[in-house]
Design a protein around this ligand. Structure first.
Ligand code: SF4
Ligand code: SF4
Length: 405
């Protein structure tokens, strides 16, 4: 297959400065924190290689065909960017920040545009479109049951504030949106659901299918506008990244929607005593920082503040946050193409929790809960994985129901 050289040249022009920033410094600190490199120890999977390849492309030594496969090996956790001295030190001086996640995403998009596709990503995106714009999971899905999780909660459609319920939550772990919606109602927050909610488009964009991602985004923004929404409450870090980073890129200044992450909102409601947590929960827990929330969006205080306000709970924190926090392996479409490596990353995450002698790992990311729960069940003694909102609802005395897998 002939690769489109113009596309490749445009790509190199756009990313060469970023790549040279990495290539010429050679610190390689990023490897210590890269969850994929930690498992595979493969030079081609390092953030260093992801940048160096662009230099090689500029020199005519490599083309996208040679390296497209390597760029599957990234969960887009953002740890390498934070650990990189170009961000930490010289960033202040040269106003340079390493942007590995964007480089990986752009390289994956270049691959798709060049006709080079990964089989499982291709199948995933095609099936998502076929299944009425909702991602493929292990349960029957379509637009008719996108809001089935809300049965009996009497939630209106539309309004100024919309709750966007992640697909994994809507179809798989329905206890999370049910707990969240009941908490919001109890605190007196007025909110509604979309008329027709499609996938946020984040996974398709991460797999390189930018055109598909845009179609989902355009649909969702049009739906928000049609129901008069001004504010979206988001309960999954993957949606949050997509809405705060991809949507402004797609729509520019026209994107005037306020985005509120659920942990920030709930921490505030507890602080203002709009939500009272009265029922003690006798568990020993640690917290799983979702990469997109912590490393990429800098939100790590509010989940901890919430955990500390739950009576009866013993909270054992991890020793480091930001670049050192542990990845679940679930992000960036990585688990779709590399399930075994993703599984090992989750297993290592649970081993870290077990070192703290906890009975529960609390997460604030629905997407990581399925793989983490599976690994937690393997341990002896077992470590149960719960979503933060489930625990808050329980402590607020709410019987939320739904499925917890
Ligand atoms: S990303 Fe940063 S830490 Fe990693 S090799 Fe490049 S310059 Fe070094
Ligand atoms: S974003 Fe995460 S998985 Fe990807 S290269 Fe950086 S550290 Fe590794």
């Amino acid at each position: 297959m002939a690769v489109n050289n113009n596309l490749q040249q445009e790509f190199v022009k756009k990313w060469r400065d970023n790549a040279y920033g990495c290539f010429t410094s050679g610190h390689k600190f990023c490897r210590e924190v890269c969850p994929v490199t930690q498992v595979t120890r493969n030079e081609n999977h390092t953030p260093t290689a992801f940048h160096a390849n662009i230099v090689a492309m500029e020199q005519g030594a490599l083309s996208i065909e040679d390296i497209a496969q390597d760029y599957v090996n990234c969960t887009m956790c953002g740890a390498c960017e934070l650990r990189c001295p170009n961000t930490l030190f010289t960033g202040d001086f040269y106003r340079h920040r390493t942007q590995t996640v964007k480089v990986v995403k752009a390289m994956r998009a270049l691959a798709v545009q060049s006709g080079i596709e990964q089989p499982n990503w291709k199948r995933w995106v095609e099936a998502t479109v076929d299944k009425k714009s909702e991602p493929v999971l292990d349960v029957p899905i379509n637009q008719d049951n996108v809001a089935a999780w809300a049965k009996g909660l009497d939630l209106p459609i539309g309004g100024e504030t919309i709750l966007f319920c992640d697909c994994e939550a809507a179809f798989y772990r329905t206890s999370v949106p049910r707990a969240t919606a009941m908490l919001l109602k109890k605190a007196g927050i007025k909110f509604g659901l979309m008329r027709e909610q499609w996938c946020c488009g984040g996974p398709a964009a991460e797999m390189g299918y930018t055109d598909h991602a845009r179609v989902f985004a355009e649909h969702n923004l049009a739906d928000w506008r049609a129901v008069g929404a001004k504010r979206i409450i988001v309960l999954d870090p993957h949606d949050y990244i997509t809405f705060t980073e991809d949507y402004p890129e797609y729509f520019g200044e026209d994107f005037d929607i306020e985005l509120v992450y659920i942990t920030e909102l709930v921490a505030d409601l507890i602080r203002r005593k709009k939500l009272k947590l009265t029922k003690p929960i006798k568990r020993v827990v640690t917290y799983h920082d979702p990469c997109r929330l912590n490393k990429r969006k800098g939100i790590f205080e509010s989940p901890r503040e919430i955990l500390r306000s739950i009576p009866g709970l013993t909270f054992k924190d991890v020793d480091h946050v930001t670049q050192w926090s542990y990845c679940s392996g679930a992000g960036g479409g990585f688990a779709v193409e590399r399930p075994k490596i993703a599984e090992e990353i989750s297993r290592r995450r649970l081993a870290k929790a077990a070192e703290l002698e906890v009975d529960t790992l609390v997460s604030a990311c629905v997407w990581s809960e399925r793989p983490l729960s599976a690994r937690g069940r393997e341990l002896k003694p077992k470590v149960e994985v719960r979503d933060l909102m489930e625990l808050v609802a329980e402590s607020a005395g709410l019987d939320y129901g739904g499925v917890k897998v």
